[in-house]
Design a protein around this ligand. Structure first.
Ligand SMILES: *Cc1c(COP(=O)(O)O)cnc(C)c1O
Length: 400
């Protein structure tokens, strides 16, 4: 009979998908805390600490934080349910596979969705947003919805430029931002950007297992929702705006995840957010340095064509025709213990992706790059020389 437990592989397996990411031991240990009854004051204190920590991370002291026991798709629905109106439309800015999926999911709820076009390899087209807002003379568009880092393309868009376009058009739409892949990796200042709603989940830059989502809502967005949104219950921000723990979560709170989040937020603050963001820049830079060297054999290239859009979280690498990125992933994972991500949507079978976000350091990224290079050697993927040397040189030059 087969044992259900496969033999343990020696050493550490490297997780370089852009979510789930590596979870620090401190977070895992916190999640193993015993359960308590919901009236225990420790529950309220834990929830309050998580809310305070999120407001501080998002730089939005006055926003409400609503937690859901869900993944990122769940908080997409949470936002949509509270912004749903038959009289209005939602404008989803094209950024890649994640904006496509967000639009499909929102449309499936029966809501009217407008999209702006997206050009592969580039950031969000702010002029297309401007055009859509200018054409909307009756102000039927109630929200502009933007993915900060489109994880499928490894491209981070300019949130301030989008805010400025909305202001120039004097359009009253709410500004809704998906920070699932960027929070804790790239700077994000909710209030300074004039973002009204943002949403994210636990398993990426927040360094936790999947399963906890959040939505942050400012007073303007909350008021809009109360005035216009269709009936809702489980996702309702109003139902959750209370001090009763079971109402705040529409049932039992995800206690283990909250205990983990309190610790992960503490780790980010202890390192210092500027240092966290600089570390992500540095590790991403090392990955791109290696990929650039590998690219000289003309079989690989960075998918992102606009250096300003390079993501601090994930790098998507296009492969030439005839190279199978899925086979490469299998060899990297099974023979060299490096788990990468594949292509999604239109990029399926055309890219592989290296995640460099979360609880990550220099030797982890060098180990991952070396494992990937070894996998390319096994798979006979042609690559240019000195990729590892380029990554090392980059790190040596940029280490504080
Ligand atoms: C991962 C991701 C999601 C979806 O999150 P799940 O937890 O997988 O449902 C949404 N948006 C972005 C930008 C993501 O990276």
């Amino acid at each position: 009979m087969n044992s259900p437990i496969t033999p343990r592989l020696p050493g550490i397996r490297f997780v370089h998908s852009p979510g789930p990411t590596h979870v620090p031991d401190e977070v895992m240990h916190a999640m193993q805390r015993p359960m308590t009854d919901l009236a225990d004051p420790r529950v309220a204190a834990l929830v309050a600490a998580c809310e305070k920590g999120m407001k501080s991370l998002l730089k939005s002291p006055q926003s409400d934080i609503f937690f859901y026991a869900s993944n990122g798709h769940g908080v997409w629905e949470a936002a949509a349910a509270n912004l749903a109106s038959d009289q209005h439309s939602l404008l989803i800015a094209g950024s890649g596979h994640f904006s496509d999926q967000w639009a499909l999911q929102t449309e499936a709820l029966g809501l009217s969705v407008l999209r702006t076009p997206h050009t592969a390899g580039h950031r969000i087209d702010t002029q297309a947003i401007c055009k859509a807002l200018k054409e909307d003379t009756e102000h039927r568009i109630s929200a502009v919805m933007v993915v900060h880092t489109d994880t499928a393309s490894g491209i981070t868009s300019d949130l301030m430029a989008i805010r400025q376009v909305m202001d120039q058009c004097k359009h009253p739409a709410l500004y809704v931002v998906d920070v699932v892949a960027s929070l804790g990796a790239a700077p994000f200042d909710m209030d300074a950007l004039g973002v009204d709603v943002c949403l994210g989940s636990s398993q990426k830059g927040l360094m936790m297992p999947p399963g906890l989502g959040f939505v942050a809502v400012n007073a303007k967005a909350f008021a809009w929702s109360q005035a216009h949104a269709k009936p809702r219950f489980y996702w309702s921000w109003l139902e959750r705006k209370t001090n009763t723990q079971s109402e705040k979560f529409c049932g039992t709170p995800p206690l283990a995840h909250l205990a983990g989040l309190e610790v992960s937020l503490g780790l980010l603050q202890a390192e210092g957010l500027d240092a966290v963001f600089a570390r992500h820049q540095r590790l991403g830079g090392a990955v791109r340095a290696a990929v650039t060297a590998w690219s000289s054999a003309n079989s690989l290239k960075l998918h992102c064509l606009d250096p300003e859009g390079f993501s601090a979280s994930v790098t998507a690498i296009e492969v030439a025709l005839g190279i199978d990125p899925e086979a490469l992933r299998v060899v990297a994972r099974e023979k060299f213990q490096v788990a990468m991500a594949g292509g999604l949507g239109p990029l399926a079978g055309r890219v592989f992706r290296i995640g460099h976000l979360g609880d990550m350091n220099e030797p982890m990224i060098l180990g991952a790059l070396a494992g990937i290079e070894a996998a390319m050697t096994v798979q006979k993927v042609p690559y240019g020389p000195n990729g590892m040397a380029a990554a090392i040189a980059y790190l040596a030059q940029h280490t504080p």
